[in-house]
Design a protein around this ligand. Structure first.
Ligand code: SF4
Length: 183
């Protein structure tokens, strides 16, 4: 008798204050992509263009929190995903966007829109549809519980694949020395 098909892990991904580099690295798992589609099915993700996150086994989040919409999306992921992974330096510790944290937000907006060359003398955007910027950029774990952290900028495709296969097998992801580096 043939074995019943294994239930696929339902996975959602999103990019908050990030550059999509971690998603690009996800695609760098190359030939494992064929195995991936046997193991997981994607819910909300830039890979599917589904806009609302549904009930998922795993949420993978790139980028930290720089505005109110980021916080809202993160809370939705926390409410609907059994486990959350913070992927990449921006999600883990704020990364590059957090370099603005030593400056006051008002001063940054003033510099960008009024003082520096380029769009100097422009208006600071204030359309009510725009998400409100936060005073500081925050890593994900400062707002919700994060189950696993995958460091790197970006983590390599190999590291992402190892973490995913560990999770699919019901283990905590263990990257080990060879997959953890920051160059
Ligand atoms: Fe981009 Fe690096 Fe941040 Fe990933 S960790 S979103 S690659 S800047």
């Amino acid at each position: 008798m043939s074995e019943p098909a294994k239930k696929k892990l339902r996975v959602a991904t999103t990019s908050l204050a990030g550059c999509f580099g971690c998603h690009m690295s996800f695609l760098d798992i190359d030939e494992h992509l064929f195995e991936l589609v046997e193991l997981v099915e994607f819910d909300r993700s830039p890979l599917t263009d589904i806009k609302e996150v549904g009930e998922c086994d795993l949420g993978i989040i790139e980028g930290g929190l720089c505005n109110a919409e980021n916080v809202q999306v993160l809370r939705e992921f926390r409410a609907r995903c059994r486990k959350l992974v913070a992927i990449g330096a921006c999600a883990v510790n704020g990364g590059l966007p957090a370099q603005r944290n030593h400056l006051k937000l008002a001063e940054i907006l003033e510099e960008v829109y009024h003082t520096s060359p380029g769009i100097a003398q422009g208006m600071i955007p204030n359309d009510p549809e725009l998400p409100l910027p936060l005073n500081k950029v925050h890593p994900l774990h400062e707002v919700v519980k994060i189950d696993w952290f995958l460091p790197g900028c970006p983590p390599s495709g190999e590291a992402i694949w190892k973490a995913l296969t560990d999770i699919v097998a019901g283990r905590d992801p263990q990257l080990g020395f060879g997959l953890l580096h920051y160059d």
